[in-house]
Design a binder for this molecule. Structure first.
Ligand code: Q9C
Ligand code: ZN
Length: 341
């Protein structure tokens, strides 16, 4: 399987994450991508190529221009305002407040984010742009005839909506790739999100559409980030009704239950009959993940990779989360080798 990777991911290198009332080293750190790349080389997964540049147009197909402009300028404006640390939002237009876009960068950070866990610093925008190019380059390989490809994206994307960042995500790499398939003639695309966390951004982007089916297996939002989306009764709206499927699962969920949800999702993908499948590949379902509560073993990643291969459709893997950095390479690449059989 082809892997697309760029060193530009290292430009995403914030010092701090607000967690547990402290500023800690970020869970979403550069070594994650390095370990996955090393493992892909070790098992000789296939060629590893750098991305082409696709520019801003595919991003504007999913994200609001005002949001993109904000991400491009946030850090320089934060520094110009005299701040010393990473840019972290602290005020949001919640419930009864007005949804007005302020002029000040502090207000814009609140308007354009879903939480305080995702700091911004120098290079965040460039790295997020490069991650989109990684996804689109892998998508193009499939459009050109490859049966599968691996977009080793960093930063991840599935928590980013049309106009909000958070959960370590800025541009929704998987959503942008899905739109690329459609623009090139695909009639239907399925996005199967196996990251531990609900893919709230991807769900929001496609919630009212019937040309992208979104399915997510994740920690129950009653007990887990992102808390405010991902319940089983969220199934799409308007002509998108029935094209969103959520499988929230509780603490301690292991492969017996998780694999059954995966089977059910695969059955629904077959009914939908997509021209391509995008797997939002987070491996934070692993038993040792520091911020998650599922109990998958390393071998389970191979098992579900093999299950995905049975769908027998063009499949684009887009890297999302996973924070047990010592095992992240083994677990992510196990899905891909399991898929290849
Ligand atoms: N105190 C992805 O997996 N919150 N994002 C963690 C820890 C955010 C995860 C809080 C988790 C976001 C792509
Ligand atoms: Zn996650």
């Amino acid at each position: 399987m082809l892997t697309v990777f760029t060193e530009k991911h290292r430009l995403r290198n914030v010092k701090t994450e607000l967690s547990g009332g402290e500023l800690v080293p970020p869970f979403e750190c550069p070594v994650r991508a390095e370990h996955i790349l090393e493992r892909a080389k070790t098992v000789e997964l296939g060629n590893i190529i750098a991305p082409q540049e696709f520019g801003l147009d595919p991003i504007y197909g999913i994200h609001d221009k005002g949001y993109v402009d904000f991400l491009e300028t946030c850090w320089e404006r934060w520094v110009a305002d005299g701040n010393k640390g990473d840019a972290i939002p602290y005020m949001w237009p919640t419930r009864d407040l007005r949804q007005v876009i302020p002029d000040h960068v502090d207000g814009q950070m609140g308007y354009y984010s879903i939480g305080a866990d995702t700091s911004i610093s120098d290079g965040t925008y460039e790295a997020a742009r490069a991650a989109v190019d990684v996804a689109l380059t892998a998508q193009k390989a499939i459009a050109d005839g490859a049966a599968s490809a691996f977009a080793l994206c960093r930063p991840p994307g599935h928590h980013a909506s049309a106009n909000q960042y958070g959960g370590y995500c800025f541009f929704n790499n998987a959503a942008i790739a899905a739109q690329a398939f459609l623009n090139q003639g695909a009639k239907r695309v399925s996005i199967l999100d196996v990251d531990f966390h609900h893919g709230n951004g991807t769900q929001q982007i496609f919630y009212g559409r019937d040309d992208v089916q979104f399915l997510s297996l994740h920690g129950d939002p009653m007990d887990s980030y992102p808390y405010f989306l991902g319940h089983a009764d969220e199934q799409g709206q308007g002509k998108g009704g029935g094209f969103t499927e959520n499988y929230p699962m509780g603490p301690g969920t292991a492969y017996d239950k998780w694999g059954a949800a995966m089977d059910d999702a695969c059955r629904k993908i077959n009914v939908y009959g997509p021209d391509a499948i995008i797997v939002s590949l987070g491996v934070d379902t692993f038993k040792n993940d520091p911020i998650s509560f599922f109990k998958l073993e390393s071998d389970d990643f191979k098992r579900y990779g093999a299950r995905l291969a049975q769908l027998n459709r063009p499949t684009l893997f887009v890297m999302e989360g996973g924070y047990a950095v010592e095992e992240i390479g083994i677990n992510a690449v196990n899905v891909l080798t399991g898929f290849e059989g």
